[in-house]
Design a protein around this ligand. Structure first.
Ligand code: GDD
Ligand code: MN
Length: 359
């Protein structure tokens, strides 16, 4: 079997027959053998119609799940049933034009691991969404691309139309929440090449969209989980947490030095406290944030701590410049200091990532 087309359905009684016909028409010139797997969570009579379709079309299969567990898990279930060398996932409501199937398949056969029809490359359009959904969809993409580096260069990472080679997900532990199965695959799948091709997202003629605020909330939960599970994406947050913990350590050390050990002058206590905090931050970052990046060469490894301190010192310099700059402009020093801390955190993260731990 060359191709498995996987179609999740939820109350699509008016669409399933139409999409089978459109897929057949689109694939008629293609000599390849293919199957269609509907994974259905419907509460209406869609499964009865699917049963009829499966009986009259040898290439149509369906699986009905009694207590529907959402779009993304339906697709995962489809993968486990599908026999094809390539998988294409699409919606049932004809918003994703089946006419594109042969092109997607062709690209996959040429060796592209993941092929994504995109609404946002030249020639594509997302005419099928109302203005409100367009804004929601745009926001979702921005959040996703900011949070997850592997999808940063992909213009349509939240769509439900995509093709992939079976190997991409063969060993992936897919465990999505909600709708965005493509995100899950792009983060956890095994692939080298991703191509986007333009398509026009049509309006829905029959039935209605099942998107709702619960799914939007699920999207956020899904992103948070993907970031937590992805070593390269969670680093920034770990780094920020270590930094925040470092402030507490700094203040505790300063109190001990000042009031316990009576170190004077204050400046000396302050510098010592900062050094303790720096050491503390280094250890956590070395053991947790960049855990997998300890340098294999011993002398290079020894250089990591001084490097970290150098980066931190530059950060202190950056913060001081901001505080001074705001003072000169006649605005609040503390605002300058805050802004400086944010910029310095950004700087030290990037510098440590690139230089100290060389990821
Ligand atoms: N099995 C199953 N279970 N299928 C579901 C479920 C579910 O809980 N919820 C929705 N589906 C099916 C629908 O029947 C349809 O075939 C497909 O998933 C997409 O649902 P729609 O309700 O049509 O979503 P939409 O048009 O608002 O948004 C779609 O298109 C956007 C653009 O590609 C989705 O695919 C979005 O993820 C996508 O961004
Ligand atoms: Mn739709």
């Amino acid at each position: 079997m060359l191709l498995s087309i996987i179609i999740p359905t939820f109350n699509e009684r008016g669409n399933v027959q139409l999409i089978v016909e459109r897929v057949e028409a689109a694939m008629k010139d293609s000599t390849s053998d293919y199957e269609i797997w509907f994974v259905d969570d419907s509460r209406d009579d869609t499964p009865i119609i699917l049963e009829g379709l499966a009986n009259s079309h040898p290439q149509v299969h369906y699986l009905h799940r009694e207590n529907g567990r959402g779009l993304a898990t339906a697709v995962v279930e489809g993968f486990s049933r599908a026999a094809g060398q390539y998988f294409i996932v699409m919606d049932a409501d004809l918003q994703h034009p089946p006419e594109l199937l042969p092109t997607i398949l062709e690209r996959l056969q040429e060796g592209t691991d993941v092929v994504i029809p995109s609404r946002f490359v030249r020639g594509g359009s997302d005419g099928g969404l109302n203005p409100f959904r367009k804004i929601v969809s745009w926001t979702a993409r921005v959040i996703g691309r900011l949070a997850i580096s592997r999808i940063r260069r992909i213009s349509d990472c939240t769509g439900g139309y995509f093709g992939l080679s079976r190997e991409v997900v063969a060993d992936a532990k897919l465990n999505p929440i909600g709708w965005k199965i493509l995100l899950e695959i792009l983060v956890k799948g095994q692939y080298q090449t991703v191509h986007e091709i333009p398509y026009e997202f049509h309006t829905r003629d029959v039935g209605e969209s099942k998107m709702n605020t619960r799914e939007q909330w699920n999207y956020i939960r899904h992103i948070v989980r993907l970031v937590a599970e992805s070593p390269e994406d969670r680093r920034l947050y770990l780094f920020a947490m270590v930094g925040a913990l470092g402030v507490v350590v700094n203040l505790v050390a300063m109190s001990v030095l000042l009031y316990g050990l009576h170190v004077r002058p204050t400046m000396v206590a302050s510098i010592l406290a900062s050094l303790v905090a720096m050491l503390h931050n280094f250890l956590w970052n070395d053991k947790v944030t960049w855990k997998a990046h300890a340098h294999p060469v011993k002398w290079r490894r020894m250089m990591q701590m001084p490097m970290f301190m150098l980066v931190s010192l530059v950060g202190i310099g950056i913060t001081a410049l901001f505080a001074q700059w705001f003072t000169l402009m006649g605005s609040k020093e503390l605002i300058g200091q805050c802004l400086g801390i944010i910029v310095a955190t950004g700087w030290s993260f990037v510098a440590n990532n690139r230089i100290t731990w060389r990821t």
